[in-house]
Each structure stands twice: as C-alpha cells, then as structure tokens.
Ligand binder design. Structure first.
Ligand code: NAI
Ligand code: MG
Length: 804
C-alpha cells in the first residue's frame, strides 16, 4: 500500500502489544497453575486441571487447577485460621497492606493488562486504560476505608470468612471489587475466579505473597460451578458475594436460604440507553459505542436497549450504522482494535442463537459490510431495529455486541419502556436538558443512572441492582455494609423476650380484666376486627375469623383470617397508590408526628390493650406505648434527614448517591411486643416513602388493628399501610412468592426465615429475616436506627458530568 493510498482510506495497520512478559509469567509456572491456599501453591487434590485459552487466537495458555470440596475446605480453614490475627492487627495495619497491594498492582499494570487481554479476549486498550487502573484505584480507595473503619463505622464489625465468586467479563476488576472491601473491613476471603479467566487472579495471589500479606487472608481457588457451589455450601463461610448470571444467583439464593449467610448478588441486566430529541446525537453515538461495544457487550450494565425519541430515531440509527461500519474487530493485543473476542465458543453460540431468534421474530438486523477475522471467537457489532418491546431480544440479556433499538414518543412512554424489564441495574440518559434528566433519573428502576455518559465506574460510587439484577452495592460507603454486621446483633437472643402467647400464666401484677370498660368497643368478643386495605376496613375473603386469647388464656376477641386473595388485594392496592412516595420528606415527617400525637392521645387505651393481650403490667404497657411514640418521632425526624452523598469520584462528575424507597415492602411483624414490633418495622419503612403490606403479630394482633383509627385520622394516604391479619407464616409465604413485592422483612422463627429466603428467589426480592434471633423491641439500640432505614432504601447513584 502506498502512502497516498493510506492517506486516502485512513485504515490502520496492526499495532500489536508484546505478549512476552505475560508468556514469561505463564512459563515461570510451567504453564500450570495450582491453588493459592494459606499463602502456598497447592496442587488440587483431584489432580485435575482444565485449560485456559486465548479466545482471540484459540490458543491454549495454561493448565488451571480444578479445586474440589476438599480443596475448598482447606481454603476455608485457612481463611478461618487467619481471621483472628487479621482482626487483631487493626485498621491501620490492614490499610498498610492494602496500600502496598495497590502500589504493586500499579507497578505491574502492564503485565496485568496484557495477561487480562490474552486470557479474556478483551482489548488491551480497555484493560490498560480501564480495567487495571480501576483495580488499583479500588485498592487505594479501600485502603482508606480500612484505615477509617473503626471511626466511621464503629457500630459495625467484620462478618468473618467470605466466599466470593466472580465472572469472566472483568476478571481482575471483579476480583478487586470483591476482595478490597472485604479485607478492608477485617474479613478474610476465599475467592473463585471464573473458569475462562483465572490467570490475573493468580498473578494477584503472587502480589499478595510479595507484599507479605498474612497467609490465609486471601485464598484463590480455581474451578467451575462445582467449586463455586462448594464455597456457597460450606458451613464456615459467613457471607457469599456473587457476580454472574441471574440464573446462578437464584441457585445461590436458594442454596443459602436459612443458613444465616449474608448474601450480595450482582446479576444480569438489560439496561436502557435513552436518547431524547434534544440530545447531542454525535455524543450519543459515542455513548452507544461505550454502552454496547465496550468489552464486546459482555457487560452486566451494558446499554443494550436503545430507546430513542421517535423524531430523531432514523437520524440516530443512520449515524450509528456509519459508526459501526468503522469499528474494528480483532486480536485483543492489537492497540488499534475497538472490539476484541467473545470469551468462549459457548458464549458465541448464545449470541448467535439469540440473534437468529431476533430475526425469526421479525426484527431488522443490521451488521457492517466487513467480516470478522476467523482465527478467534469474534462477533460483529450488530443493531436490531423494528423491535417489539416484548420480543426475546428486547427482554433477554444477550451479553454480546448486539444493540436492540426501540422508539418512544413521550417522556412517560420512555420511562415505561425503560422499566419494562425484570432487571434494574443501570440506565443512561441523553439530553441537553438537565431538568429533564433529573426528572427522569429517579423514575427509572436502576441502581446507577448515567446522564450523558455511560459505563463509568469508580471505587467511591456504589454499584448494584434493583429487581432481578440482584441486591447489595459494591463500591462507595454503601458497599462497605455488605462486609460488616452491626455489633448489636451479638445481643440478640435465641428466644423472644416476652412470651407472646402466655396461655394463662398471667403475672400477679394488676392485669386488666377482659371486661375492662376502658377498652371500649374493641374488647367486645362479639366483634371481629376487619383487615385494613386501601384505607378501608375490609372483610376477609374467606369469611373466617380466629379467636385470640388474652394473657389469662380466655378469649378476648376475634380477628379476620386473611388468605391468599386478601394478600393479593392488599398488594394490588399498595402497588397502585403513589401519593405517599411523591411527598417531600418534610410532609412525611408532619404526617408521622401527627401519628405520634394521636397515639399519645390514646396512650391509655393502647396500654390496656397490651395488658389484655400480654403479660405486661399496666405500667410496663404504658411504657411500651411511650417508647412507640418516641420511635415514631425518631423516624419522623429521619424522614427529611436520612439523605444521600455526593461521592468523590475520579471523573469530572457530580455523583449523587440518593437513598430511594425500595417500593412495596411486605412486613411480617414479630409476635412479641405487639405494638412496638409493629411500630418499629412499619414506621421506618413508610418514613422512607415505601408502601407496606403488614402481617401483624399473629397471637396479639389488636395493637395493629386498633391502629387503623390512628392511620385514618392522620393523613396517611389510602394504600400506604395495608394490614392483613391471620396465620403469619401462611400469609408470609404468599408475600414471599408475590412478584410485585419488592422486599420482605420477616421477624419470626428460624424455619420461617428460611422459607422466606427460599421463596423470594423467584423475583429476587430483597429479604431481611431474623433467622430465629430475637431483638428486645423496647431497646433503642436493638430496635431502632439506621439499620432499619438501610433496609427501607436502595441507593441510586446518578452520574452527572460537567465541563463546558
Ligand atoms: P455464571 O453465572 O454461570 O458464572 C459466574 C460464576 O459463577 C463463575 O465463576 C462460575 O464458575 C460460577 N458458578 C456457576 N455455577 C455456580 C453454582 N451453581 N454455584 C456457585 N457458583 C457457580 O455465568 P456464565 O455461565 O459464565 O455466563 C452465562 C450468562 O450469564 C452470560 O451469557 C450472561 O448473560 C450472564 N453473565 C452475567 C454477568 C454479570 O456480570 N452480571 C457475568 C457473567 C455472565
Ligand atoms: Mg481464558
């Protein structure tokens, strides 16, 4: 080719990065990698190894050890043994080790970048400029959190041994996201890389060795799903952190149900990339490139659904096609390529099959005129138009370089389309109108919203999903709580503190008699209390009622026996009612103060009811009501004060970390402390703007049913608080399975807790269960505070770039 010709077609020649340093590293291990357990390289007990290949060349790179149950057992034992010492050396020493890790990663960043590109097939441009710098940044940032743990998070402590399972799309970065916060908070870890991409994690193990990280703090075991399952099921692992497919996330949710293991799941996505008619279309085109062709589209938060305002749709598609024609696919070590190789033949097949299905279902496929190289697993950038919102390609995560485009007319329609997915990981909004962007951002169900940018990440910002994209956050202060537990949990007891159903063993202190007139109409045995749905008293669908016995064992009244249908009605009403969520924090606070005031007026009546139902003396009962009023004040105060952060991310961005209501929370109240158990759970949930469906104490429901009148007179909108009485665990089962419930809190038995975690896996609702551990609901430290608010909110990070 002559220079003149090159000038004319402006095509690039290859600019390969040298593979020699990475090959030297692999050769130094005789092309065979063992397990990193307790600071030693250990051969797998099975003697088995599997191949890791370079998907851009199909060449085998190395043999990787396959860890079995015995190896996982050894790794967990090493982590368990290392834990006390790692805790004891304290925050500052941990910070020093982490700082040393960060420095060492930076020093070897080129080797890491090349090795990652070879093992995964992603471009060296990305590993060099994005993956590895973010890895170093993550360790630096969390070295800081290690230092600050005992001052900034002093009410919390480490969890213990953490099992971590990561995917192949960002091998080293996902490892950093997992290990850095875990060890910073004083935990020790057993991490399993994905089977396609273990090499950089093993290089990282060498770095841990070089800096003298105490043995057993970090253990790396390689293997496939079986190895992962061995970690998940190990009895000495106290928490599982997983990133990968929603399918495996659900398996892990079910496998850990009832075990008491803490769980964070970062799963799939089908994130919308929304372009409004006033967007800078050329910027949006570059955004599309970053959204769906970054890492070959193998990105959980890929902007894989392009939603574009109808008036600019054709113009944008034309620009995108022109840009696609110029994209270059090729060997990951070529510095001039845009798109590398797909990680493995199995993933390539998934993409090919889904694209075929898209064509079969009638969408229009566009691909560039050139063809991909044949020496690796490549797939061209692809665009689907004429896509119907319910079609397979619009709903299923393709995890490849395939963009699916749809158009919308109104802003309302854009939001509706954006949320028309079972996922909720991220969204990207393109408009030159900041007012519009900030109006739309809170309406999208997603953990991250990028405005006029996409796929930007930083250690200081939390990342994680809503809905079937999983739960928990990684990064930011919000992410640290995944690796901590409140110290107060150590005080919880194995038995409820007050016996909910005393069966006649009344205390000698003066208890109210069932004929006590001050109970007014509520005490009459002939009256069955109804349920409370949509601001109205509702008869039970089944027409049954249950007799409730008082402290002395005699019947004190009847309560409606709710069933499946009643729960469905309550959920439907709660889901439709939106006025509470729209209120300002100030207005919510006013309503809550008013609730407290109305409860204070009826203090005596509520105390008598408690005396009637429980073994409390009148003075104890009056105190319980008093604490309830105090507690309502606390959450009224928080309603306009529990706010977010502006994170110090490294880009020219304002990154707003906003707490949002979870949505519809189902609350299964404890049986004990019938009034405080109800108030302590329902009030923080509504203070944060959620609607709730509540199952009150099964054995002592009348404090909750008496509360209707207070709700009625206190301006809480209809449908915000819905109360269904009846058999607690039976009703809880219906709620746990319900697709329109976003979260469920359960305070009851150990078996009941397991049931909730098991059944909630279908729509991946967030769960908060007590695992049969009981709080003292009268104790402010145990039963009040930010833990409740954290469970009542999701943190959404909104990235707003600046710069003229
Ligand atoms: P996967 O979810 O099977 O693998 C992720 C990790 O989980 C790997 O380390 C794997 O060994 C491990 N694993 C598999 N089964 C397990 C089990 N039963 N218990 C414990 N660990 C287990 O994902 P895979 O098969 O690699 O990809 C399938 C699809 O998942 C992709 O097409 C993509 O749609 C999605 N995916 C999403 C990712 C994300 O970042 N959200 C990352 C990778 C895949
Ligand atoms: Mg590989």
């Amino acid at each position: 080719m002559t220079i003149k010709e090159i000038y004319k077609n402006m095509s690039y020649g290859p600019a390969p990065e040298s593979a020699s340093a990475a090959n030297d590293f692999i050769d130094a291990h005789d092309k065979t990698f063992n397990l990193y357990i307790d600071g030693q390289w250990k051969e797998p007990s099975s003697g088995k190894y599997f191949d890791s290949t370079n998907p851009a060349t199909k060449e085998k790179l190395a043999n990787i050890a396959e860890a079995n149950d015995a190896d996982v057992d050894a790794a967990v034992a090493a982590a368990k043994k290392a834990l006390p010492k790692w805790v004891e050396i304290g925050a500052h020493q941990r910070a020093r080790y982490m700082y040393a890790i960060a420095r060492q990663i930076q020093k070897h960043s080129r080797l890491f970048a090349v090795l990652e590109a070879m093992d995964n097939g992603k471009s060296i441009r990305e590993t060099r400029d994005i993956d590895i710098p973010l890895v170093a940044r993550h360790f630096y940032h969390h070295a800081g959190w290690a230092q600050l743990r005992d001052t900034e998070l002093k009410d919390h402590k480490e969890i213990g041994v953490i099992g971590q399972i990561i995917p192949w799309n960002f091998p080293l970065l996902m490892m950093a996201w997992k290990i850095a916060p875990a060890i910073a908070m004083g935990n020790t870890v057993v991490l399993k890389p994905a089977e396609f991409t273990s090499l950089t994690a093993l290089l990282f193990a060498e770095i841990c060795d070089q800096i003298g990280l105490p043995k057993g703090v970090v253990n790396i075991v390689t293997g496939d799903g079986k190895t992962g399952a061995a970690i998940v099921n190990h009895a000495d692992v106290q928490k599982i952190a997983f990133t990968g497919s929603t399918e495996v996330g659900k398996i892990i949710r079910r496998a850990t149900a009832g075990s008491g293991k803490k769980l964070s799941l970062e799963l799939g996505g089908k994130s919308p990339f929304i372009v409004f008619d006033d967007a800078d279309l050329d910027s949006a085109v570059e955004g599309v490139v970053d959204a769906i062709w970054f890492n070959q589209g193998q990105v959980c938060c890929a902007g894989s659904r392009l939603l574009v305002q109808e008036s600019v749709a054709d113009k944008l598609y034309k620009k995108i096609r022109a840009r696609m024609e110029r994209l270059r696919v090729g060997n990951s070590l070529d510095k001039c390529i845009d798109i590398g190789a797909i990680v493995a033949p199995v993933q390539l097949k998934v993409i090919e099959d889904l694209v075929k299905q898209g064509v079969d279902e009638g969408a229009t496929l566009w691909q560039p005129s050139w063809t991909c190289p044949k020496d690796g697993y490549f797939y061209p950038p692809s665009l689907f138009t004429d896509v119907s919102p319910s079609s397979t390609v619009a709903q299923v995560e393709i995890f490849g370089p395939v963009l699916v485009a749809m158009s919308f007319r109104t802003h309302k329609e854009a939001v509706k389309l954006a949320n028309n997915t079972r996922y909720g990981l991220a969204a990207s909004l393109w408009t030159e109108n900041i007012n519009l962007a900030l109006d739309i951002a809170p309406q999208i169900k997603a953990g991250t919203v990028w405005i006029n940018c996409t796929n930007v990440f930083d250690a200081a910002s939390g990342f994680g999903g809503y809905r079937e994209s999983g739960f928990g956050r990684e990064g930011g202060k919000e992410g640290l709580y995944e690796y901590l537990k409140p110290k107060i949990e150590g005080k919880f007891s194995d038995k409820p503190l007050t016996n909910p159903n005393p069966k006649g063993s009344a205390k000698k202190e003066k208890t109210a008699k069932k004929s006590d007139k001050s109970n007014g109409a509520f005490s009459a045995i002939d009256r069955t209390t109804k349920m409370y749905i949509g601001g109205k008293q509702a008869r039970p669908d089944g027409g049954y009622s249950t007799v409730i016995k008082g402290a002395d064992g005699t019947a004190i009244g009847e309560v409606s026996t709710g069933n499946r249908k009643d729960i469905r009605n309550a959920v439907e009403v709660a889901q439709k009612s939106t006025s509470w969520q729209g209120k300002t924090g100030h207005s919510k606070a006013q309503v809550l103060y008013y609730l407290a005031e109305n409860l204070a007026i009826r203090q005596d009546e509520f105390a008598n009811r408690l005396v009637q139902m429980t073994q409390q003396s009148k003075s104890e009962a009056l105190k319980e009501v008093d604490i309830a009023i105090d507690r309502i004040y606390t959450y009224a105060a928080h309603a306009d004060k529990y706010d977010g952060n502006v994170h110090h991310t490294t880009h020219r961005n304002v990154t707003l970390a906003m707490p949002e209501p979870v949505g519809l929370i189902a609350i299964v109240c404890p049986d004990e402390s019938p009034l405080l158990g109800f108030i302590s759970t329902v009030i923080p949930a509504i203070a944060m703007g959620n609607n709730v469906v509540v199952i009150p104490s099964e054995t002592a429901p009348f404090s909750a049913t008496d509360f209707y009148q207070i709700l009625d007179t206190s301006d809480v909108p209809c449908g915000t608080v819905n109360i269904v009485t009846g058999a607690k665990d039976e009703l809880a089962t219906v709620l746990a399975k319900h697709d329109n419930v976003d979260a469920i809190w359960y305070f009851g038995t150990k078996e009941g807790s397991k049931n909730i975690e098991l059944l909630s896996a279908d729509n991946m609702k967030r769960t908060w269960v007590n695992n049969g551990k009981y709080r003292d609901w009268t104790d402010k430290k145990q039963a009040e505070g930010t833990t409740f608010l954290q469970h009542a909110t999701e943190i959404k990070n909104i990235w707003i770039p600046y710069g003229a």
